[in-house]
Design a protein around this ligand. Sequence first.
Ligand SMILES: [Fe+2]
Length: 567
Amino acid sequence: MPTPDSLTTAQHHDFDLEVVAGTWPADVSGEMLFSAPSLSGSLPYGIFDFGAMVRLSLTPGTHGAAADHFALRTSVIETPSRRLFAATPDAFTPGPLGYTSPFGPPNSANTAPLPWGDRLYATWDAGRPVELHPDTLEYVAEVGHIDSWGGPSMGGDTVLPFLFSSAHPVADPERHGLWTTKLEPVSTPTFGMQPSVVWWDRTGTEVKVWPLEGISFPGSTHTVSQTRDWVILCDSGNFKADAGEMFGGERTVTIDAEVPVWLLRKDDLLSRPSGTPVNPVSFRVSPPNGHFYARYDDSDGVSVVWEGMDLMDLALYLRPDDVDVHGNPVNPASVGLYNMAMAPETITEILFEPETGKVIEHGAFREDWTVNLQLSAMDWSLEGSSGPTLHHVSYQGMRPGRVTRRAAQLYEDRIDLSRLAEETPGYLVSFERGSMEPTARWEYPDTSELITSPTFAPRSPAPGHYDGGEPGGHDGYVVQPVISDDGFRVDLFDAAAVGSGPVASLKGTNRDRIPLVLHSAWMPTVTGLADADRLRFSDELTDDRMTALDDDQRRLVHRVAEELDAR
Ligand SMILES: [Fe+2]
């Protein structure tokens, strides 16, 4: 079995965990959050399904758990999209890129949790960030009136707007706003998507949007990163639209070997009215990447860790009729999941000098075992991101049973099939920032397990604070979730000594399993809902947006708006 069946067969549910090994330290606290698509089985590609938020408390005896137990709580995010779907599922047509409907495409908000001060958001690439109540995890509001976003990305003004954006907006710790993106199709300079930088100062219901003049590209902007003075965008390069596939054919588009990067000076953006075109400083990086993280301090240049996705094409997924790279039928429990990596991955740290145009590679690491670079854990506090010390990365290992023959044929010129011979262990690895030298490594030899997104919890943070102990990523804990059909497990590592193995492990009291989860994040405290002026679903309902709806559908939209307004 290439990956645990529970990825698709388990159901999200609330349960409590207990310590099954080691001693849980007293100086770890806060909440670990996970975003997840709900994997209803109704969509060919599960990563487009409606989002859930999962919260694991790192302090025992909280959120209803017994004194020596740890609460895991889950909520399906009841956005307007999800409420309309629940009321009339037949109006939503499943396709390889998610649902379409006369209401518009739903916002699935299923990819990443974004804690921001005392507020919590859920994000994805094809919709606005969604605010959640940090305590109840209930839906609160979407970010930014659609008119302030300049309308939907692809025209077709509907009740549910389609916004092609970023699953990883970044919160500005000094300007107190959120940087994200919007993509729109253009025909010049080439046919492709034009990116815009989007800014939301979180005090109101409007965003500002600045298009990048003269830029078009064929990919997506999955991550946004920042330094004190710069916003950094990049063509993620690993999820490309394929018109032939959209019309029912086989995918022929492949991912790039190199992608463009755009730097924009924050003060320059903020000094211009929304809608003013801006000119970025442009670079290129290789290989393509899903995720990148800049050091916040840019006094000696813009230093960025690039988590490479060398041959990881996220547009490829497993179909029921697929065979794997060895010719065996794919595990039915893997159908609807993404096609996993076809080569080891490279992690690099690169210093850019925007003024001189210089690009200096500080360090790169890639070995035979650096396969399926899942995600990473770092200190997100202002102090930690200004002077990062350690970057902790989870590699899931090679899983040939989740690489299809179709994918291998599409990439036959670029892959080495001998590397796909057998399953390899997963690893949690600490890298030194700057040099990208590994300083510690822990092996997960049991390939029936799958490690997933880790997170960093600082040591002894003050209540409500994202910093604690010494900043940078070494003084605290790495929380490593492990998906297993034998029950979900949480391994806790001393961040300065990952190679010594877990200091403690948690498991559900009933060997509880969990399904696929995507990104994770750490939040110091859960308080009530912050006071703020928020967008309401009813604020966007115009007659024009409802022209495609029949009378019943219009009544339903008004009913959902009234339900949400009455909360
Ligand atoms: Fe991501």
